[in-house]
Ligand binder design. Structure first.
Ligand code: NAI
Length: 327
């Protein structure tokens, strides 16, 4: 069987694509760019395609249907970049690629510690040999009440790993998990917002939770609350976040994901003027850490993403049950 891979990366994925495709007996077609109306013809003759986090909208899906593409496998956990309703309407299957939650969980905890210890500011000042103390005093993490929104694979891992830090742990999820209850107390979202010194997001982005963090929810949070987002940019209203930071209501933020990151992240744009003012403002604040959607980026996770994507295409082609299929 054959799979056409878009957004193929030579420097890290190639090794795993070669190994996994040989192991699974899959012939690969490759394109280093994201799928577009201009290059989609390259996938002609392929029923299965593998993609990364590029926007897959209605016109692109229509064209895929014309080309006979039966399944899109995204080498990511999140799949909100795909218009799933349209794909369903056209009968195109979608699958995602869950990987070890440790990479994202470690990264989220690193951001929590960095934000609470003002690490961006400390590093910037060290770089210019400013070794003074004023303005960089941190807050003790063990004294925090930390709120985890979303206790799926990543949120649970964060809770488990945080349990050694001595902080009080609260959690919120639409479907509470017994495993998470070993480490945290479930409360309502309102209580979590009101009681936590630090809030970390670990839910997918859906229609229901778009801008879950907005001016109104921020107003109900504790003074100097720290917000950490390694989930999806659309969970936070950037304008409200900026206002909260400007007013000092929000003490710090650490954002691995932001709104309107499509077309920016994973490209070298250092000579470009970016079409994302909120990102420019957020990056300029000393108490905001911005990283370009990197939380997943470990050796283990890249291997798992490639393997799961190819394996799910193989299972679908054989009509076997595909654990990674998105309903
Ligand atoms: P998961 O599917 O195992 O867990 C998601 C949890 O969120 C579930 O327990 C679900 O019940 C809960 N949930 C869904 N909607 C909710 C809502 N409105 N309110 C409260 N809880 C809600 O997913 P996993 O693997 O833990 O990943 C979580 C998210 O992390 C992904 O959806 C993705 O957006 C993001 N992610 C970010 C990465 C990065 O590199 N920054 C890498 C991987 C994932």
């Amino acid at each position: 069987m054959k799979v056409f891979v878009f957004s193929y990366r030579d420097f890290d994925e190639a090794e795993y694509f070669t190994k996994c495709s040989q192991e699974l007996g899959i012939e690969l077609g490759i394109c280093r760019e994201a799928p577009s109306l201009e290059n989609l013809n390259l996938a002609e003759g392929y029923e299965y395609i593998s993609i990364l986090t590029s926007k897959i909208d209605s016109p692109l899906l229509e064209k895929m249907k014309e080309l006979g593409i039966r399944m899109i496998s995204t080498r990511t956990i999140g799949y909100d970049h795909i218009d799933c309703a349209k794909a369903r309407e056209l009968g195109i299957q979608i699958s995602n690629a869950p990987y070890s939650p440790n990479g994202v969980a470690d990264y989220a905890i690193m951001l929590m510690l960095m934000a609470s210890r003002k690490m961006k500011h400390i590093m910037e000042r060290s770089d210019i040999q400013d070794f003074s103390l004023k303005g960089i005093q941190g807050r003790e993490f063990a004294s925090f009440t930390v709120g985890i929104v979303g206790t799926g694979r990543i949120g649970k891992t964060v809770l488990k790993h945080l349990s050694g830090f001595g902080c009080k742990l609260l959690a919120y999820d639409l479907y509470p998990s017994q495993e998470a209850e070993q480490y945290a107390t479930y409360v309502s979202l309102e209580e979590l917002f009101a009681q936590c010194d630090l809030i970390s997001l670990h839910t997918p982005l859906t229609e229901d939770n778009y801008h879950m963090i907005n001016a109104e929810s921020i107003s109900r949070m504790k003074e100097r609350v720290i917000l950490v987002n390694t989930a999806r940019g659309g969970l936070i209203d950037s304008e409200a976040l900026i206002e909260g930071l400007e007013k000092g209501k929000i003490g710090a933020a650490a954002l691995d994901v932001v709104e309107k990151e499509f077309g920016l992240y994973y490209f070298d744009l250092k000579s470009e003027v970016l079409d994302n003012r909120e990102l420019a403002i957020l990056k300029s604040f000393p108490n905001v850490i911005v990283t370009p959607h990197m939380a997943f980026y470990t050796d283990r996770d890249v291997h798992d993403m490639v393997y799961a994507s190819l394996k799910s295409c193989l299972l679908a082609s054989r009509g076997e049950e595909n654990p990674w299929r998105v309903q």
